[in-house]
Ligand binder design. Structure first.
Ligand code: ZN
Ligand code: FE
Length: 272
């Protein structure tokens, strides 16, 4: 499987997925803007074969209509499936998905499975793409649920929902690549320095990511194994995080859900 992150807006990534590097058949994840996608498809001689959507926010769906129009003008006989969460309003959606659904895009060998991950929005879903019979690691496309060293804001869901969603994602195989929809890593790591102050892995990863950003490169994909080591939102029961929360709030969180709620509130007002 071959993946590529296209930068969009200020800090969004629109992911392109192909079965192999030399295969033109392309799936697009969360096209908030059509222009960078069309540019990449035309530059690479690629074919648009499907759109995967994680949630309804405009920076994830805003380019769907233009992409479908562009595709229709080029190949009117080849409609593009638009997969998206059943519980949300997604423009152009042709396939409504729920937790546990699975499918294989036409002509692909890769298998896509769907996880419900409510929290950022109520209907938010994530996709896990696995290559059958190959050693390639699974690839997670998690929209605005899990970020490297962070998690999405709770616009619609509760801390308990986000906690369960992150828990679900953390149970994926450690080598699963984490392909999130925003480049928030440096700001998240700045917060992780405060929320998990004894964690040397955070410091080391911050140095790596500063170097990548200085070269204009994405800090993604991450992996589930790495996130379990550096992401405070996946480390709500670790003594270092609990202690930092106790210092911040004056007493210990009563459980992991409250720890997550407090981390999220702290991060919302955090100025590195
Ligand atoms: Zn969003
Ligand atoms: Fe977003």
């Amino acid at each position: 499987m071959h993946t590529e992150a296209l930068a969009a807006f200020r800090d969004n990534y629109i992911w392109l997925i192909r079965p192999e590097a030399d295969d033109p058949r392309t799936l697009v994840v969360d096209p908030g803007d059509a222009a960078p996608v069309i540019e990449a498809l035309e530059r690479g001689g690629l074919e648009l074969r499907g759109i995967l959507v994680t949630h309804h926010h405009s920076d994830h769906v805003g380019g769907i209509a233009d992409l479908l129009r562009w595709q229709h003008d080029r190949q009117p006989g080849q409609p593009v499936p638009v997969w998206g969460p059943a519980a949300e309003q997604i423009p152009g959606r042709t396939q409504a998905l729920q937790d546990g659904d699975a499918f294989t895009p036409q002509g692909w060998t890769q298998h896509v499975s769907v996880l419900a991950v409510p929290g950022h929005t109520l209907g938010h879903i994530a996709y896990v793409v696995t290559s059958a019979g190959q050693n390639a690691p699974p690839a997670l496309f998690c929209g605005d649920t899990l970020f490297s060293a962070g998690c999405g804001r709770l616009f619609e869901g509760s801390p308990a929902q986000m906690h369960d969603s992150l828990n679900k994602l953390s149970q994926l195989p450690e080598n699963t690549t984490v392909n999130c929809a925003h480049e928030y890593t440096l700001s998240n790591l700045q917060f992780a320095r405060a929320a998990d102050p004894m964690n040397a892995r955070v410091v080391a990863h911050q140095a790596r990511c500063l170097a990548l950003r200085a070269e204009g490169k994405p800090t993604l994909p991450s992996s589930i194994g790495l996130e379990k080591q550096i992401n405070p939102f996946l480390r709500t029961t670790q003594p270092g995080v609990v202690q930092a929360l106790e210092q911040h709030r004056g007493h210990k969180p009563k459980d992991a859900v409250q720890a997550l709620a407090w981390l999220r509130e702290w991060k919302n007002d955090f100025k590195g």
